[in-house]
Design a protein around this ligand. Structure first.
Ligand code: ASP
Length: 588
């Protein structure tokens, strides 16, 4: 990314140049720069070389050795640009051919010694970095990441604006929304015992905006979900949130593809090719995942026919699927046992493995199960998988979805590189199932949210075979991370009632939870659809980071705390009283 070092834009009353902007062509000019002291080296008895750093880079300043400047002091330096003396040119630095000489130094702020090195290359414990995030942010890596992030936001805004979308802010103090995650609640001082809920997304608000005739809405929206944190998840994350009226799924895919490809082009300099589209069924069947990592070419192989009439008990199942791992035949028995445990954890009855070896009469299989295979089965397995000596075959026999998912998990654990590595591979996954599993009461659960429109061809199955109903829901996937999801919404009350019924949500329940939306729909709801895309994840991948914390200015740790501010923290008893709350010790 081209960082903005346009000095004319960044000159202020206190400085007229940026440290990182100075070059040979500036020689003989008098400049004033401001910044923090990086390294200081004494030069002879009377002079010191000081590296002065601002967000644009570093410039060497030659100052009077008697001036007391130490690490991270904030200085204002005025002097003349000149060649560095022969032998001291530093080609690793953009400003490495020049220095500022004859410096007048004004100390703007003194500084205590920093608790860790602010050099970009230094490996610093993340807890220490987060406790002093304000110092960590001075490091080039964080400067770069946050500027990439700003560039992405700028590009997304411009793309949405160009497509006729209107930016509307929606409330943070709000009511429950239907994404299905645990929510943060905010007590009300004026209404004791009542709570606002922090929005998991602006879902209901944006649908109401469509009823309100906004036609095309977008927002760079903060979403809050009280879920366990991971590399790709924070309590609060930022989403490009959109909704549009009088559109179909294809329109939304087009709007979002345009915005993402624009952002990619602006930030990385390369415009990715059009984003391919795959159905959920195909993604599960070929990759065992609804967010397949297309950087990994290996696909699942269906061996069900080979074992359709097999005598081998381990393979008597509706589906037998295999994953072929090139060059993995040397995997140790204990690692294979570990993979088997992992497969079982994900619900498989077991994991069959076969090492493919050169035998006396051609290829052979090495596995405790091999002696149970017929010659015909063995040769078909080798032929269909295309295995060669040195490969390892992993197989799971089960129902289609489970066998696929278990191998899909192993595929990503064994083969996926870190998420930010290699060329980005985008994918649209469409035609998700409408329902996923069942809830505690035995009713089908909504796979997306209850306002998702069923696939028009499957409407008749709502009452007879709900789990076979596909929805008009779609996800955008990048390198195995789900970047975002969205759907065409139900705008007709007859279909909405049927979906609520399938979900086991009574009319009264629906009225109580979403009455304001359903009520609004009675006044003329346009057909509408939308999408929410995680900006933290997109930026992390653009920035070459594998954890979204690295692209968030002030993130929480894995355990949900902010090490710098100490949040969450107790609040004074008086404030609790005012909110109508009484602290209760956590039950053991
Ligand atoms: N509200 C959804 C989400 O945050 C996105 C959408 O359906 O527009 O996942």
């Amino acid at each position: 990314m081209n960082e903005s070092t346009d000095v004319s834009r960044q000159a202020t009353t206190l400085r007229d140049a940026l440290c990182g902007s100075l070059r040979l062509e500036d020689i003989d000019q008098t400049v004033t720069v401001c910044g923090w002291v990086g390294r200081r080296r004494e030069h002879g008895e009377h002079l010191a070389f000081v590296d002065l750093r601002d967000h644009s880079g570093i410039i060497q300043c030659v100052i009077d050795g008697s001036v007391d400047v130490r690490s991270e002091y904030v200085l204002r330096v005025t002097g003349t640009i000149r060649h560095r003396p022969d032998g001291t040119v530093n080609d690793k630095l953009a400003t490495g051919e020049v220095e500022i000489g004859d410096c007048t130094v004004e100390v703007l702020s003194a500084a205590e010694p920093p608790p860790f090195s602010l050099e970009d290359r230094a490996e610093i414990d993340e807890q220490v970095r987060l406790r002093h995030r304000f110092l960590d942010l001075r490091r080039p890596r964080m400067q770069r990441n946050l500027r990439i992030r700003a560039g992405v936001n700028r590009a997304l805004r411009a793309a949405m604006d160009a497509q006729g979308f209107v930016e509307v802010e929606t409330p943070i103090l709000w009511a429950p929304t239907p994404e299905g995650s645990r929510e943060f609640a905010v007590p009300s001082r004026l209404h004791h015992g009542s709570f606002y809920v922090l929005p998991q997304s602006p879902q209901l608000a944006k649908q109401l905006l469509m009823v309100g005739g906004l036609d095309r809405y977008f927002q760079i929206a903060r979403c809050m979900r009280d879920e366990d944190l991971r590399a790709d998840r924070q309590f609060e994350f930022t989403q490009l949130d959109i909704e549009a009226s009088f559109v179909t799924q294809d329109d939304i895919l087009g709007f979002i593809s345009g915005a993402v490809l624009d952002a990619a082009e602006i930030v990385t300099g390369d415009r990715p090719t059009e984003i391919p589209v795959m159905t959920w069924h195909e993604a599960m069947d070929r990759y065992g995942s609804d967010k397949p990592d297309l950087r990994v070419p290996e696909q699942l192989i269906d061996l069900s026919e080979v074992f359709a009439d097999s005598e081998v008990r381990a393979f008597s199942a509706p589906v037998v699927k295999a994953l072929r791992l090139s060059g993995h035949s040397g995997m140790s028995r204990s690692m294979l046992d570990g993979l088997t445990e992992q497969a079982k954890l994900h619900g498989a009855k077991g994991l069959a493995w076969f090492r493919v070896l050169d035998g006396e009469d051609g290829l052979g299989l090495d596995s405790p199960l091999d002696r149970f295979l017929s010659d015909d089965e063995r040769s078909k397995v080798l032929a269909i998988t295309g295995a060669v000596a040195g490969d390892l075959l992993l197989m799971v026999a089960d129902e289609w979805r489970l066998a696929s998912e278990v191998l899909g998990t192993l595929r990503s654990t064994l083969l996926s590189p870190p998420v930010s590595e290699g060329a980005p591979h985008y994918l649209w996954v469409v035609d998700f199932p409408m329902f996923d599993g069942v809830d505690a009461a035995g009713n089908p659960s909504a796979a997306h949210h209850p306002f998702t429109m069923p696939h028009p061809d499957d409407l008749d199955l709502l009452e007879t075979d709900p789990h076979a109903v596909r929805s008009q829901a779609y996800d955008l996937v990048l390198n195995g991370w789900e970047l975002g999801s969205g759907s065409v919404r139900i705008h007709r009350s007859d279909i909405q009632s049927r979906v609520f019924r399938a979900l086991g949500i009574s009319d009264e329940d629906a009225e109580e939870r979403f009455g304001f939306l359903l009520g609004a729909f009675r006044y003329g709801a346009p057909p509408h659809a939308g999408f929410g895309m995680g900006i933290d994840r997109l930026v992390a991948i653009f920035a070459g980071e594998d954890n979204i914390r690295e692209v968030i200015a002030f993130p929480k740790t894995q355990s949900g705390t902010d090490l710098m501010t100490g949040a969450p923290a107790a609040i004074p008893a008086q404030n609790l009283l005012e909110l109508g709350l009484r602290p209760q010790p956590r039950e053991a």
